[in-house]
Design a protein around this ligand. Sequence first.
Ligand SMILES: [Zn+2]
Length: 322
Amino acid sequence: MSLFLKLLALTLAQSVASEGTDDWCYSSQAKVLNCSGPEAWPGYCQTGEQSPINIITKQIKLNYSLVDFKFSGYDLKQETFIKNNGYTIKMPLPDSAKISGGGLSGTYKGVESHLHWSDSVDKGSEHTIDGKAFAMEMHVIHMKEKFANLSMALASSDRDAFAVLGFLIEASNQKHEGFQIILDALDKVSYKNGNTSTKPLSLEELLPDVKNRKKYFRYMGSLTTPDCDVKVIWTVFKTTIGLHKDQILQFSKKLFYNEKIQSTPSPSSSPIKDFPIIDNFRPVQELKNRIVYHNGVEGLLPHTWPKFLAPLLTYLLAILLY
Ligand SMILES: [Zn+2]
């Protein structure tokens, strides 16, 4: 293992530790196991402005300060460490993966990326839009550049200590070549704590083309796993990522919440079964008094037309009457 990979592994270990105690679980696990489902998650999870949310497009507000993002280091192609932490698969991001612009107060550096999914294509995402869930959701987590490590970001009082980019994933007829590199590594991380590194891969290869990363929703929320720290400036991109249905379904088939079960010598005891990771998403949370902003009219014309049409019609009417 190269020094670089060791450093990445260290970052990942630190990130996993930040989840606090790991007796929390998703609703799908709580039904079968003796663990705390989302309504009993610890930390800040039952307080304040939580994530994910359902984005209601009739209620979003246009905000011209939500300019284009600047992405740097997203094109760095390298072997990527990947780990099953018993909830998802995580890929630590190098510090050099940075974002700025996008209405953020400064530069943010990469922490990690991970995924949420189901065993069907009509649910699996954390965020929903007008009540519609998507097949999967990818989260790309960054923290303010000033923080030396994740613990410092979690300990800070900055409301926007973290900037998380959410990409919704839909079923498509085409195979996604970038995600295939992750899929090719899944057999090595089937069980909790399994880890490996992928073939060389860059973030760019996973995301929509940069010109399709201009339209997005913005709101203030939280991390979506315990301790659900309310320190996140959220961006959910309008353009989805398309994966072939067969690719999407591999996550729920090949990954398990449990560690590898050792075969028991006693044939009389009923065999313990592997428990696949399905529905590893948190239910949507109350919006409360928050406003969800957006920065574009594409696909949202019905809600923004009146703003442009009213002055135009007044002008035309004035000409006609004159
Ligand atoms: Zn997430």
